[in-house]
Design a protein around this ligand. Sequence first.
Ligand code: GLC
Ligand code: GLC
Length: 820
Amino acid sequence: MNKYGYFDDAAREYVITQPDTPLPWINYLGCEEFFGIISNTGGGYCFDRDARLRRLTRYRYNNVPLDSNGRYLYVKDGDEIWNPGWKPSRAALDRYECRHGLGYTRITGAKNGLEVSVTYFVPIGEKLEVWDVRVRNLTGEKKSVSMWGFVEWCLWEAMDDMSNFQRNFSTGQVEVEQNAIFHVTEYRERRDHFAYFALFGAMASGFEVSRDRFVGVHDGLDRPRAVAAGKCTGAVTLGWAPVAAHQIDLALAPHEETRFHFLLGCAENPYKEKFEKPFVANKAPFRRVAGELARAHDVDAAFARLRAHWDGLLSIYQVEIDDPHVSRMVNVWNQYQCMTTLNMSRSASFYESGIGRGMGYRDSNQDLLGVVHLQPERSRQRLLDLAATQCSDGSCYHQYQPLTKKGNTAVGVGFNDDPLWLPLAVAAYLDETGDAGVLGEKIGYSDKDNLDGATLLDHLEISMAYTLRQRGPHGLPLIGHADWNDCLNLNCFSTTPGESFQLAGDVAGPKAQVAESVMIAGLFCAAAEQMAGIYTQLGDAGKAAKMLADRKAMQGVIDAAGWDGRWFLRAYDAAGRPIGSHTCDEGQIFIESQGWGVLGGIGLEDGRAVEALDSVKERLATSEGIILQQPAYSTYRLELGEITSYPPGYKENAGIFTHNNTWIQIAETIVGRGDRAFEYYMSVCPSAKEAQIDTFRCEPYVYNQMTAGRDAMTPGEGKNSWLTGTASWCFVAISQYILGIRPGPFGLVVDPCIPKAWKGFTVHRVFRGATYHISVRNPGGISKGIKQITVDGAPVESNVIPIQKQGAAVQVEVLMGAKP
Ligand code: GLC
Ligand code: GLC
């Protein structure tokens, strides 16, 4: 609870009660191919599959005021103009509420005895948004008002739409029927898709298709001309900025409630069936949808299907625990955010403009870790799509566009951690599903047009081989443009403003390519362990042994060249100088190599793992999360790159980068320190940030990418919410390592590592077709260790619950304590 809103845990909603939140607090609509981003005041936009290439509605990023166009409903009551979501008129409301739910947002506003409530959602299986509007006269008098539903069209290609005005102001085209406006720009030439905004359940009394006519050239969305005038011109125009606005005039009896809805969507036609008459778009696909969703009860049924969809998904992992933060994050919001990162990667949020980055290779692989249990089929497809952008030498395209699924040649390859995330993601998929058949899928290599028949297993092998081959003077993996830390650019020396830090400078020159990464070495060790497991399952003991030997050798390299005395070094720069060493003047200790050192299994026997983690605690940990590195860099350093471009305390320069915090959480569970693991978990838990929301500013229901560190001018301020690898890794950390219920090849592993004060908890987990009700008790107040497990009363030998029959439901009792 904070002054802007609260969690309604039972409804699985976050309720915003004050519209002027510290930043727009957003939600996502859509689960499959059609998506919308929606803020608590109705701002945002929607798109079909690709936020850049198929954007339906226009959005002005970085606008003033921030977030001031979107899906707007206007009310004109006498001379007053208002919006149920407060924006864009910002007329004071008597009551305002926004409920962000799973795949839907409901905004309610009331003023002068009229209440307007609109539920926005994307029905399962459709390429459209429903705006389900209810209008209620709260008074004992009759009430006559006019309303408008409004969107501004984007001319499909979002980048072009915001730059190429000399052409675009002449291409806009619409078609109009009673209650339906069709956006058909470029349909007459090369496009075979169009968009529509249509009204059902009421008769439109007017429409407008031109922004100049609806809003006015010198007017703002806060007071559009047509709304102020109370009527539309009904003119069909071409060019300029096409919009869609429907006017509805209502005469409400005392206490009467009325209901109508809009459909905002897109439709596609086969090339030969594009037109129903010369130059008139074939509306058949629209008419089908209109037929299916014309009535209010159709809308109710579609909404019920959406809710059932989410209930089904979330029932796969549920925890009962006496901690409101853990239960709402694990049971609802964290899993929901994981699905969002699966859908969006890093492409479209309020901080990712949908035109820049498509799907990231490392990002999407990591995102899978949080969703394989929810959507194994889609995860499988994603793995194959990702692998298809890998080249035959093992290098990977860093990004690809979701519509084309082709590697982005402008960014290219050479981020040397990329290949290693695939084995981790594939291993997670195999553990969840047991679907070893995926390894034989023929994908081919990107540089061979994917025609050479290489299988997923071949891709895994070349990933490992790539890292083994690409090594530097100390035998550590070469870092390339960057490893996980995009901003540690040790081979790229950029002096020209505006150029990419990752792609600039000497990176292509043979001499400057020698910088090495300790983090990649640790990641390799972790991936090698997983690969050995995969070979073992395939019955290939020889290759499993070879993998473990490669891992051992890499461990030797880290021991010899990657340890600084009290923590793991981060890297060596192109001149062979250590980064992340006590001998450095700044940037003496980095978080990533401590995480992957321990996750890679280094120093577990000789105490160095614990020592490294203690150094993290001592030097990097704060109450708001663990800082990426310390001390912050105070000057720009050519030889280190973008990391030193940020002012101290922000982003990769000593910000709290939430993603890598999760690796330390997991590392702490590996060394058995449940209290510390959970303390770190809570330090970045968004739900706990409600207590200091005016400092944090971001949504308290999802993880953000970065929080300003102690060196910043605004410590504790969050940025870049939603699209971050934190989502999946946090879910892995809490569900698999702290609560400790994790899928393995031979069953569900039970290995909690919890705060000593926890008395117990229960996890309900659906795994390979059976349901496990796992109740963990901790009578001795310990952090880790299992005394006994029983399944339906029968003791189990190890801490792995054997795979149960399809459809079975078993009761698992877990007693923590010392092994008998
Ligand atoms: C961003 C990128 C991710 C990278 C991280 C650290 O979140 O999406 O790929 O690992 O920054 O630089
Ligand atoms: C910048 C950001 C980093 C992000 C990268 C993506 O370098 O600081 O966080 O991963 O851009 O290209």
